[in-house]
Design a protein. Structure first.
Length: 104
């Protein structure tokens, strides 16, 4: 079974840590997290990423800029804005997007 690689970008460190713990709890999901956009971009350029999660604390213009950057580098990446709602909602958002793209 395929392992899905995640990159999580968020400025709120406690929420970022929670998201990392939640995503990494699933057997075939592997996540790294960043609070610094430039470090996230460097990592993204050097790794195949399936899903980018945008979390809280990111300014609107940086969110758009990072999304454009990601899609330009890896057009098949899924960029999902997640700003809360519990672990069930997070899993549902991710699985729904993967299903729509025929990845699961």
């Amino acid at each position: 079974m395929k392992t899905f690689e995640f990159l999580i970008l968020g400025k709120n460190q406690p929420i970022l840590e929670i998201l990392l713990r939640l995503v990494n709890a699933y057997e075939n999901w592997n996540a790294v997290g960043f609070s610094d956009q430039k470090l996230a971009e460097e990592y993204f350029q050097n790794h195949k990423i399936d899903i980018v999660l945008l979390s809280s604390g990111i300014e609107d213009h940086l969110e758009k800029e990072f999304t454009i950057f990601c899609l330009k580098q890896q057009p098949n990446v899924e960029v999902i804005e997640h700003f809360g709602g519990g672990s069930g909602l997070l899993k549902s958002e991710i699985e729904h997007r993967l299903y729509l793209k025929g990845k699961i």
